[in-house]
Design a protein around this ligand. Structure first.
Ligand SMILES: [Zn+2]
Length: 271
């Protein structure tokens, strides 16, 4: 057999990667739901413990049967409703599981069976969790952004990723510094925070993974995505004023994921 490279991997690998990604995605849903309470960012005792194993319906609090824990499949089988009380299951659950499956596929297809692919999968998972948590709570937890930053530095130090160690360290400094600077200027001019501390830490982490040169296109793309998000919200009837907070985190996380795909495709600027 003449076969080499990632694209000729047996289809069994791809199915396994997608299934694995979906399963990790369903764990992410638990993290997204309970993490903000566990990390004391929001106050909601009912959400339960981060480490308690059983998943339950947030509406009727009945434990979810094992057969209904199969990612994606169970959502379709149940018609998007809880089996006990028929409360609608938030669309976030299947979306995160789907994103997990696509992440597994993308990491394998773009990077083959490699340590880099495993790192990239972790990157995608953290981006998904951060985007969902920021959208739901307005926070980008340090418990996710800071480990992501450290993993990026270590992976680049060991050459598992593409940036030089110096470029990665500069990426952290410039990424964090640029957003903090914008914040200070905003605070001086308008008396409000333009960007949160969490946004600065997330950009620093992205800098740690890609190196500083990738930061400008990532921020540019994130700004476009954030504006698009505001546009969609406006068209769906939301009132947008000067004081309306724009959650920049989900846009930044999405831009980071796009940059990773661009890197995997060896696009000129991102190769
Ligand atoms: Zn229920």
């Amino acid at each position: 057999m003449e076969s080499s490279g990632a694209m000729t991997l047996n289809w069994v690998f791809y199915v396994t990667a997608a299934a694995f990604g979906a399963v990790i995605g369903s764990f992410l849903n638990v993290l997204i739901h309970r993490g903000p309470v566990f990390w004391k960012l929001v106050d909601d005792e009912k959400r339960g413990d981060l480490i308690s194993p059983r998943s339950y319906c947030p509406s009727c609090r009945k434990p979810i049967r094992n057969i209904h824990l199969i990612p994606l499949v169970s959502y379709v089988m149940l018609g998007g409703k809880c089996a006990s009380c028929s409360a609608p299951i938030a669309i976030r659950y299947p979306l995160v599981e789907l994103a997990g499956a696509l992440s597994g596929l993308a990491a394998l297809a773009l990077f083959g069976l490699s340590i880099e692919a495993a790192c990239v999968f972790i990157f995608f998972m953290v981006m998904i969790a951060l985007a969902a948590i920021d959208a739901e709570t307005g926070y980008l937890p340090d418990m996710l952004t800071l480990p992501l930053l450290v993993i990026g530095i270590i992976a680049n130090a060991f050459d598992f990723l593409n940036a030089t160690l110096g470029g990665a360290v500069l990426g952290v400094i410039i990424g964090y510094g640029a957003f903090r600077l914008i914040d200070i200027v905003f605070l001086k001019l308008r008396g409000v925070e333009g960007l949160g501390q969490g946004d600065a830490k997330l950009l620093a982490a992205i800098g740690a993974w890609f190196g500083w040169p990738v930061l400008p296109p990532v921020v540019f793309l994130a700004a476009i995505l954030a504006l698009a998000g505001v546009g969609v919200a406006y068209m769906r009837g939301a009132t947008i004023g000067k004081e309306t907070p724009i959650p920049f985190g989900p846009a930044l996380a999405a831009a980071g994921a796009v940059a990773m795909v661009a890197h995997g495709l060896r696009l000129p600027y991102f190769a």
